[in-house]
Design a binder for this molecule. Structure first.
Ligand SMILES: Cc1cc2nc3c(=O)[nH]c(=O)nc-3n(C[C@H](O)[C@H](O)[C@H](O)COP(=O)(O)O)c2cc1C
Length: 150
């Protein structure tokens, strides 16, 4: 069975709402044959990443960059996963209140290094997620999961 790994840092209710919508989309009953695994960014291991077939990344923008937690995840998994995960799909959702450019640029740079392939446009939300924002999160999760269907 294919596996989608959601690596997320979820430090607030707004981020939690986005995370839950992504999970709902990824686990939609119409998507068959895809196991969805969720891992907090501070707990993810290289084995988790190697054993998955695609990824959703979720983080707030912090200090003009991705969260330290997601950065820590990449610091730990980058070299163990380099080459072995090349070509796998990923997507990014971000919560930012002042500007997401630095965080988006960071993820682009890191995933380019890993050779991951962007499977959906980034979803960026400010403030309280609207219904449309949560729908976009749902679609993000569903899009990556659907790509992993056999
Ligand atoms: C230390 C720290 C740094 C932050 N830096 C940024 C930043 O550079 N850009 C930004 O848009 N938001 C920044 N934020 C806001 C977070 O992105 C925001 O708190 C997070 O997305 C959760 O949103 P919420 O508090 O509205 O739920 C920062 C928050 C903290 C705690």
């Amino acid at each position: 069975m294919a596996r989608l790994l959601i690596v997320h840092h979820t430090p607030s209710p707004h981020c939690q709402e986005m995370f839950e919508a992504v999970v709902k989309g990824a686990t939609d009953p119409d998507i068959e044959g895809v196991e969805v695994v969720r891992k907090a960014a501070l707990a993810v291991t290289a084995s988790d990443v190697l054993e998955a077939d695609g990824y959703v990344l979720g983080t707030p923008a912090n200090l003009g960059y991705i969260s330290g937690a997601l950065k820590h995840a990449f610091d730990c998994i980058y070299y163990p996963c380099l080459d072995a995960t090349r070509g796998r799909p990923y997507a990014l959702y971000l919560h930012s209140n002042e500007g997401s450019e630095g965080a988006e640029k960071a993820v682009k740079s890191i995933t380019t290094g890993l050779g991951w392939v962007k499977a959906a446009e980034n979803v960026v939300v400010s403030g309280k997620p609207t219904k449309d924002d949560l729908q976009a999160c749902w679609e993000l999760g569903a899009t990556v999961a659907a790509q992993l269907m056999g």
